[in-house]
Design a protein around this ligand. Structure first.
Ligand SMILES: [Fe+2]
Length: 339
């Protein structure tokens, strides 16, 4: 298959309070609001090459409204759409979107809405934001906790291996790793990528009956020190760390997780490997190998198993889980399979 997708371009997330969420991303997380249109707020990181990487849209519950990938060429867009439709999914074309050209939007077999486009406006900074580095879209933020750019999205699916198979078979994502529980042959996590990173698309096991959910969205900083400073600045300004800072085994990124005002989980990453192997064969990790917390010295909080929108009557151990999953969820070292 020719390479179809280039990278994750932006995420559209729903929030019951768009202004509160947008204010959080701007004031506490160091992103910048660049557009407001029809109740939607468009934000960018200082290193994003296009105008925006995050769109906060109105919605009754925190949710992933859409994930948008840029394809590698106009021809790749047509090939990707043919592949999608040959795999039994039909989407819709739009002549254009906000600051991008024609786009194909479809909902995949596990309920996640994805948008693909080629034509997109490059960001060009005004005089106040222009960098002295010709390749930088904007000068580095002076905010103490500012991510460089969007990194990945991790969704939830009832069938992790089925999800990985569909997205690799249809759109050419490379599947980089799986995590199966120690206690039972249940796959709880996988990472997929369109490029050299360990993942720009993650998928966790969803034991609820709600399709199309999201576990977290993730941004990038250049160094581990940047990540630690972000944790410090967020903590001092009233945002607790849900998990981390620590380091994932899968992908080898430094990580931390926190929540934005809607409750949606946000991750920050730095480091990690680069992998260019075109015929990479994914390893299957066990949580006991440190798939999530490589130091194996800190249990993942049960709250991390929550995805969005919430399932009815959510508790971390009762979200429609099988007996094996419940047992695993109750073992604090067993559910370290997400990244
Ligand atoms: Fe992640």
């Amino acid at each position: 298959m020719i390479k179809l997708l280039s990278h994750l371009a932006h995420l559209e997330i729903a929030s019951p309070d768009v202004d509160a969420s947008a204010r959080f991303y701007e004031e506490k997380f160091g992103m910048r609001i660049v557009d407001r249109l029809d109740g939607r707020v468009y934000l960018r990181c200082w290193g994003d090459y296009y105008h925006y990487s995050l769109v906060v849209v109105p919605g009754a519950e925190p949710a992933l409204a859409a994930m948008a990938w840029r394809v590698t060429s106009p021809e790749a867009l047509d090939t990707a759409v043919s592949n999608i439709e040959e795999h039994g999914v039909t989407g819709t074309w739009a002549a254009s979107g906000h600051r991008h050209g024609k786009a194909y939007t479809f909902t995949g077999p596990y309920g996640h809405t994805m948008k693909l486009f080629w034509d997109v406006d490059r960001f060009e900074a005004d005089a106040d934001h222009a960098s002295i580095y010709p390749d930088r879209p904007e000068k580095r933020s002076s905010h103490a906790a500012a991510p460089r750019f969007l990194d990945h999205v991790t969704v939830a699916s009832s069938d992790v291996r089925g999800f990985a198979k569909w997205y690799s078979g249809t759109l050419g994502f490379r599947t980089m790793a799986f995590v199966d529980l120690d206690e039972a042959p249940i796959t709880v996590f996988s990472v997929l990528t369109t490029n050299e990173k360990s993942h720009d698309l993650g998928v966790v096991k969803d034991t609820s009956s709600r399709a199309g959910r999201v576990n977290h969205i993730a941004f990038w900083v250049d160094t581990h020190e940047d990540l630690l400073r972000t944790a410090d600045v967020l903590m001092e300004n009233g945002t607790p760390m849900e998990y981390g800072p620590s380091i994932h085994g899968v992908g080898e990124q430094n990580f931390l997780y926190f929540r934005e005002p809607s409750g949606l989980r946000v991750e920050l990453n730095s480091g990690g490997y680069r992998n260019y192997v075109p015929d990479w064969e994914p390893n299957t990790w066990k949580p006991s190998e440190g798939s999530n917390n490589f130091y194996r010295n800190g249990a993942m909080p049960h709250s991390m198993t929550e995805s969005f929108p919430q399932a009815e009557g959510f508790t971390a151990t009762e979200e429609g889980a099988s007996d094996e999953m419940k047992a695993a969820l109750l073992n604090p070292y067993a559910v370290q399979g997400r990244g």
